[in-house]
Design a protein around this ligand. Structure first.
Ligand code: EPU
Length: 435
């Protein structure tokens, strides 16, 4: 069936409203009688749910197909004018949480460099996203998730959407493997811990990575030998121009090292609204990284280790090396680890036999940017309010009050110095806003 989404529906004789977001996804709007609504997400991957969505789609008696305007009129009739969005209760359209003008967005980023957005709206549902995509459509648009991978160079002249779609829903379970759909606005680390608590294993190496679930596939986050792509099932995203919801499988995401189609060919084209993961109760542990092995040994956990223990070891390692954004502003690794040709690597290794490196695809070699920056003498370097972290040279930090321009000036000097010493050009990993 080819059809445009969303589709709007109402059941005759009942107050509930429905938005069919896609061929297998329906949001149900249940009025609570006090002018507020509870929104239920239904994913129809199997019978009889699939049958139900198909019937809704056909719009046969007793289901009535509505235009978006008629749907909204019914919605408004039952909404309290001043309804406050409470957890699990979302207004639609978010007329009552309008744009916040000249919003300070520095505090929404982990780097904490000061900056404002011309207007900012928090979006908590697909419908909110569509509203915000259309409203003030003449202004450029930026989507902010957990704010852990951006550096604000200057104020953002345009609309900024702060992603806050929540929810965790298991949609398939064969007794071992599960498929779980997670709202893009959930915190990444909270989701990892939730999954481990539920016995859904496989994300333990990715504990304590700052940021949101929706941002995780954009740059295919990774740590200690695991990347998001290894546990990814699919994601859904709304097209910025058409408002259409589409589902992306791993192939369409074109995942690479800290990379995906959302940073390349389809940059600024989609708003990711939810991500589904495939996890396994019996997932094999991935503890081959030296740092994890050492940490497990120190704790006497090297035999019979659990997934949760691996997560705890990972958290301990990260806490010992990486600054906590609550204490000191940063965005994790500021640069990507550069991938160089075998010849370039051999040239560097002749001069620096101890250079940290890993094999990369196509016979290339990945160098540790942290090692290069460290050996170039930058570790712990401080310049005004910004600097290089003293325990991990790959991380630039804001000691308090640094501007994006100051951090960037430091980054450029580091890049020039590393290039002159090693002939290697570093590439920032952090998204630069307004550069
Ligand atoms: N090193 C130094 N000095 C330093 C930092 C690192 O000599 O100041 C050396 C280390 O001794 C080691 C090598 O460089 O031999 C690699 O260091 P580390 O294991 O700390 O990892 P990384 O390459 O610096 C990458 C990811 C991290 C991820 C870790 C662990 C990137 C850009 N960074 O860092 O991800 O947590 O591996 O898997 O790929 C992030 O992306 O924000 C991030 C923190």
């Amino acid at each position: 069936m080819s059809m445009d989404f969303p589709q709007f529906r109402k059941l005759e004789g009942a107050p509930n409203l429905y938005i069919i977001e896609g061929p297998k996804h329906v949001t149900e709007w249940q009025p609570m009688g006090d002018g507020k609504w509870v929104v239920h997400q239904h994913y129809a991957s199997d019978y009889p749910r699939y049958q139900w969505v198909t019937e809704l789609l056909q719009g046969d008696d007793p289901v009535r197909a509505l235009t978006a305007d008629a749907w909204e009129a019914l919605y408004r009739e039952r909404s309290e004018a001043s309804a406050d969005p409470a957890p699990g209760r979302m207004p639609w359209p978010p007329m009552r949480s309008p744009w916040q003008e000249e919003a300070a967005v520095g505090p929404l980023t982990t780097f904490g460099a000061a900056g404002h957005a011309q207007c900012l709206a928090e979006v908590a549902s697909d419908a909110d996203v569509r509203w915000a995509l259309e409203d003030r459509g003449e202004l450029p648009l930026m989507v902010l998730g957990g704010g852990s991978n951006v550096l604000m160079h200057r104020d953002w002249t345009g609309r900024m959407l702060h992603m806050n779609i929540r929810g965790v829903q298991k949609i398939a379970d064969d007794g071992d493997a599960v498929e779980v759909v997670v709202g893009a606005g959930e915190s990444w680390h909270a989701w990892v811990m939730h999954a481990l608590d539920a016995g859904w294993n496989g994300l333990e190496n990715l504990a304590l990575i700052p940021g949101s679930v929706g941002a995780s596939p954009m740059q295919n986050i990774g740590a200690y030998g695991v990347e998001v792509k290894d546990r990814f099932a699919w994601l859904e995203a709304i097209h910025r121009e058409t408002g259409a919801l589409e589902r992306f499988d791993a192939e369409r995401c074109a995942f690479g090292y800290r990379d995906s189609v959302f940073k390349q060919a389809e940059k600024d084209t989609w708003v990711i609204v939810r991500v589904a993961f495939r996890l396994q109760r019996s997932a094999a542990l991935n503890t081959h990284y030296g740092a994890i092995q050492a940490e497990l040994q120190t704790r006497g956990w090297d035999a019979g280790t659990t997934h949760l223990q691996v997560a705890e070891a990972v958290m301990a390692i990260r806490q010992s090396k990486l600054p906590d954004p609550r204490d000191i502003g940063n965005a994790g690794s500021f640069f990507k680890n550069p991938v160089v040709s075998k010849e370039a690597f051999e040239r560097i290794q002749r001069e620096h036999p101890e250079v940290a490196h890993y094999p990369a695809p196509d016979g290339k070699v990945k160098l540790a940017a942290g090692w290069l920056i460290d050996r170039a003498g930058w570790k712990g370097h401080r310049r005004g309010a910004c600097g290089v972290h003293d325990r991990q040279a790959l991380v630039l930090v804001n000691h308090g009050g640094a501007t994006g321009a100051e951090v960037w000036a430091l980054a450029l000097d580091i890049m020039a110095d590393v290039e002159s010493k090693y002939g290697v050009r570093l590439e920032p990993e952090v998204n630069q806003v307004g550069l």
